[in-house]
Write a protein of this length. Sequence first.
Length: 281
Amino acid sequence: MNLPLFTTPNELSHYLQSHRSQSIGFVPTMGALHLGHQSLIDRARRENTLAIVSIFVNPLQFGANEDLDRYPRQLEIDRVICETAGIDALFVPTPVSMGINNTLTQVIPPPMMMSGLCGATRAGHFQGVATIVTKLLNIVQPDRAYFGEKDAQQLAIIRRIVADLNFPVDIIGCPTLRADSGLAHSSRNQYLSPTGRSQAAIIYHSLQQAQKLADLREVNTEKLLAAVTTALSTVPAFQLEYLAIVDPQTLQPIDKLNEPALLAIAGRIENTRLIDNIIIS
Ligand code: AMP
């Protein structure tokens, strides 16, 4: 295998030193790569002359009762996927080489952006994401960094950090890739049984009910949310955690659909936590 793989920030920086004249596209991931990740990787390849992928299962973004230990890890498969996709270098740091310890400097996004949606039940999650993404952006110093719209709260928070702290990088949001059933590709889909997977198709299907109502000129977000809830009730195996319509940039709830809005959902099937969202307009 020819794909260079680096495990420390210094090694990667050294490699990048001789490539700084190129345009660098960067795709941060937690591995267990799927078609969603691949769409980001393909775009990074297309839009830059050098493409870097990182794989780091970030311990700071997992809560005490979450799935850090059993999160899927498949480095050899991921390496082949990256090599086949034409990636130039893979960065696979360890918690030690990322300096993870109790005294690590933390990056704290605006609390109002972390208090709702996933942040309401995942205390510390977005602080952990922000801290590690900041480190990764500083190490790689890419021209463009690619993030999925599937993690809409994460994307909004990263855009805000990059703007507020003047990071010299373009943040590129990429559309959610889905299976034919509509289920968004996710590394956590591996936890689902075949039955669970087909039940999980209700998530996207139910979100679309709100858009259908919006197409009929309904602007009252309570009514739009009610349409989603009704559709969800057809699959009792889905346990709803939250359902909300918010401003896509500020993430604050809105009660009238005057502008395109983010309809976001999280819930569990077979105890696997799944998230999804669409923009309704
Ligand atoms: P993760 O490995 O889950 O941290 O995801 C790495 C990046 O891939 C994040 O920016 C995600 O938003 C993005 N991503 C995950 N799933 C999808 C998907 N189905 N479609 C597009 N991007 C995705």
